[in-house]
Design a protein around this ligand. Structure first.
Ligand SMILES: NC(=O)C1=CN([C@@H]2O[C@H](COP(=O)(O)OP(=O)(O)OC[C@H]3O[C@@H](n4cnc5c(N)ncnc54)[C@H](O)[C@@H]3O)[C@@H](O)[C@H]2O)C=CC1
Ligand SMILES: O=C(OP(=O)(O)O)[C@H](O)COP(=O)(O)O
Length: 361
């Protein structure tokens, strides 16, 4: 069993802990928190050992009725791998702690790329993280873009990617974030930081990205234009994407016309926390004009990076190949949505997607 510690138990940390806990080859040795808030109480209810991220605050946990197993450095010493899920910038400061215990660590996308040896997306560059001590699971948006770009590059070749990212203003609990009533070019400067971040996964890729922020907490929505190296039909691209376990091509008949209904779908289907670990690509939007591909996709910022963190653990510990790790993660987490309107399934869909010719749309 790979012993995993989770440092920082917020939006990403609590999901990583549950995903690790669900795996047959991993266990959560504990989670570290700064304060005994509601998430600390639910962590204890879920059976996780609690460690104090700030040792002087241990008495606060005791006052709140939470038993603390120790200070964060004990968690780091005890773990085979730590997943650092602290806010942007804190992860880099924590690196010294991980180094002092010789404990490999995974950082999140809010950190600069140079915090780690490798920026990671399981579908795109799993092998680059084999045996690495420090890995960065790239941000939700970079993960969402990489999952589309990888199969397109392999199948057709990619000349240039242009993407406009309509980003949610904050997560549901982030009541200090905005905008409340505005539509912001963000960052105003072009390109946004997302394109360079995607290049940490595909160094030779030509990509320009533009970012916006809107008053929503549900998901990000991407508008993509990819110039391919081959002339292909939208139907062929759709078939390619339907074979990807971490891409859900939304069928027309589902009546899902936006991020709100996608989240309702996830909640109705019993997904934990309403999570959508998959890129959600509107099937109707997949269109080509010569070598130019267009599509819209929605990215659930709180959860799409979760399977990637689990795979990064296996890559760093060299305990599974890319294919085996992704399949295990997907099976035990429950990743994968069939085109079948009956909902969610873990079945291998590669056999259920019929092969079609490169016919005109
Ligand atoms: N929320 C999102 O949409 C996504 C976030 N990320 C990245 O994941 C990382 C974490 O983000 P979130 O989970 O959203 O943040 P969050 O604020 O929800 O959670 C961070 C947690 O770490 C705790 N913390 C603060 N200082 C700490 C310290 N010194 N030691 C231990 N814990 C500490 C906070 O109290 C909080 O519980 C960031 O790098 C972010 O950019 C990546 C993809 C999506
Ligand atoms: O990394 C993210 O977004 P980003 O890639 O748009 O910066 C996550 O959605 C967190 O973004 P935040 O910095 O708005 O919390």
């Amino acid at each position: 069993m790979i012993r995993v510690g989770v440092n920082g138990y917020g939006t990403i940390g609590k999901r990583v802990a549950d995903a690790v806990d669900a795996q047959p080859d991993m266990e959560v040795v504990g989670v570290a928190k700064t304060q005994p808030n509601f998430e600390a109480h639910t962590a204890v209810q879920r059976g996780y050992q609690m460690y104090a991220a700030i040792p002087e605050r241990m008495p606060l946990f005791a006052e709140a009725g939470i038993d603390v197993a120790g200070a964060v450095d004990e968690l780091v010493a005890d773990a085979d791998v730590v997943v650092d899920c602290t806010p942007s910038g804190i992860g880099a400061k924590n690196k010294e702690l991980y180094e002092s215990h010789d404990t490999p660590a995974i950082f999140q996308g809010g950190e600069d790329a140079d915090v780690a040896d490798v920026s990671f997306n399981a579908r795109s560059n799993y092998d680059a993280a084999l045996g690495a001590d420090y890995v960065r699971a790239v941000s939700c948006n970079t993960t969402g873009l990489s999952r589309i770009i990888a199969p397109l590059r392999e199948e057709y070749g990619v000349e240039k990617v242009r993407a406009t990212l309509v980003r949610r203003g904050g997560d549901p609990g982030q009541n200090s974030r905005g905008p409340i009533n505005d539509i912001l070019p963000n960052p105003i400067k072009v390109p946004s930081h997302h394109g360079p971040d995607v290049k940490t996964i595909f160094p030779d890729l030509a990509i320009d990205t533009l970012g916006m922020k809107v008053p929503a907490t549900l998901m990000h929505v991407h508008s993509l234009n990819v110039t391919l190296e081959d002339d292909v039909t939208g139907a062929h691209v759709r078939q390619l994407l339907e074979k990807e376990s971490r891409v859900y091509v939304i069928p027309e008949g589902m009546g899902i016309d936006g991020a709100g209904k996608l989240k309702d779908f996830a909640l109705d289907a019993g997904r934990p926390r309403g999570d959508l670990w998959e890129n959600c690509v509107w099937g109707e939007s997949i269109a080509t004009e010569g070598r130019d591909l267009y599509l819209f996709q929605a990215i659930h910022q709180e959860s799409d990076v979760i399977p990637e963190n689990v795979d990064a653990i296996r890559a760093m510990t060299e305990s599974a190949s890319q294919a085996d790790s992704m399949a295990t993660t997907d099976e035990y987490l429950g990743v994968g949505i069939t085109g079948d309107p009956s909902g969610f399934s873990h079945e291998d869909r590669s056999e259920t997607v019929p092969e079609t010719e490169l016919a005109d749309d």
